[in-house]
Design a protein around this ligand. Structure first.
Ligand SMILES: [Zn+2]
Length: 120
């Protein structure tokens, strides 16, 4: 069982930064997402990874501040729930990591954005 993440959700890095997921399904080249929960589209794994700034990330070192700028996702593929034909839906239980060229790759906190739908 897992909780599908919708665009109302977000990722948070350990430095207090937050990456919003709004508009991910509208990205150029992204699969159109036909499934919504409480009016918010579910987030495909393929759209959630990659570039995307963590707003208000407070990381800094001797070289100055540098916000986490992308996301790495490791999905168990446990869910059979797919969108756009092939992309798995991101679950709150998948491993999501914030990527920062100086701070490194660190496990991020996932907020699903909904609690009405669960998936096997
Ligand atoms: Zn950060």
């Amino acid at each position: 069982m897992g909780t599908p993440v919708v665009e109302a959700g977000s990722f948070a890095c350990t430095h207090g930064g937050k990456r919003k997921l709004e508009g991910l399904s509208g990205k150029p080249g992204a699969a159109k997402v036909p499934l919504t929960v409480s009016g918010s589209p579910v987030v495909p794994v393929t759209a959630a990874g990659g570039l995307g700034q963590y707003e208000n990330c407070g990381f800094s070192d001797n070289a100055g501040t540098l916000a986490c700028s992308s996301t790495s996702i490791t999905t168990t593929g446990a869910t059979k729930l797919t969108v756009g034909g092939s992309s798995h839906v991101l679950l709150a239980s998948d491993t999501v990591q914030s990527v920062n060229t100086r701070a490194g790759t660190i496990t991020a906190t996932v907020t699903a954005g909904q609690s009405t739908l669960t998936a096997k």
